[in-house]
Design a binder for this molecule. Sequence first.
Ligand code: SF4
Length: 396
Amino acid sequence: MKYAILSNSHKDSVEYTVSSLMSIATHYGHEISTPEDADILCLSVCDITEVEWVKKIREKFPRKIIATGGHACVYYRIFKLYSDFVNIGHGFDFFSCQTIEEIRTLPCVVSDFSSPPYKASEKVEWRVFPIANVTKRQKYYIGAFGCKNKCQFCLTSWTHKHQINPYARQATQKYKNITLVSNDSHNTDNRMTQSIMVRDFISPQKTLKKYAVYRLGIEFATEHDRKKYGKPFTDDDFVTIFLKAQQYGVRLKLFCISGINTIDEWHHLFANIPYIYTKGKYEIKFTNLTFEMFTPLKKGRFEIDPAHYFDSTQVKQFVSYYKQRVWPLNSMPCSSPLKTMQRMAFCWSKTEQDILLAKKMKNLDEAVHALKSVYFLQDYNDDIQFDLSGKEECRF
Ligand code: SF4
């Protein structure tokens, strides 16, 4: 069959995904073509808000068969509104089909709403993934899918089996300029930028690479919440992070989640940073929390408190406050609380009407009321089965 593979982003990791999908399609004997010439348009989506783009493609190509796939497709109901097929999970099973009828019978493919539960596809043939020159200087390669840590809020880890590319380490030894696309923190020991768990970073056995950048998930401000949601470390461990970074001369990128803790709780945590680190470098990124349908976190969705969500002004103020004491410190954009609520409403939408209502939300009170009284009641978690081998499945 002839496929056109499209995405809505020029981010390097998305371009890599498109290259991978093309490799998988050609591996199974298909031809890559233009949207006008293709039998099927394959749309790759990684965020729920890309449903707007899928709708535009539907309008532009009303007679083409559209198959949508990618990370966001666990929210299959709204992508199905504008697609003939929604593929849940990886693309190997999908592209192995040689006819439309074969696609229709796959347990991972939604072609109508009559046959849940669907079964997320976990088939992966590692040898098919390309080492792709996404930019002139940088090669990309897949490192792993899913993550064994299973933080309570993490959609990726609760919707993908944890699988590590057995060829990734070999590739990093062969090429210096290679970025591994992955959620988990394995396979990356030799890289100058490493994502690593706090507990591993501060472990006395762990030596750090001078000048490297370490990306650490701080996530929550209190010991209680870090333990509750899956990243347990103490406030003293938080101080150890900086002492160790100073000792080894490394830089830090700290990832924090707003939506659970108060600003006072965040100040309480960051006030512990020792002055010794003032010659070091770190950056903070705040992301507003989404109560995702397929995660254990969703149990707490009705307790959502908009007062705990930050806007970019609050983030800038917070970061500036510490800039006086710790240099340099860069803020990163934080979505507004209202946009976060709208995005969350998209996740829990089932109909076009739900999407329209979400887009019209004008203030936080209205948005939170709609989430609690409409969107959060539309739970279709049980429509999809995930193979989370080795871990208890998420069924709440
Ligand atoms: S460690 Fe990161 S990727 Fe793994 S489950 Fe937690 S948030 Fe997700």
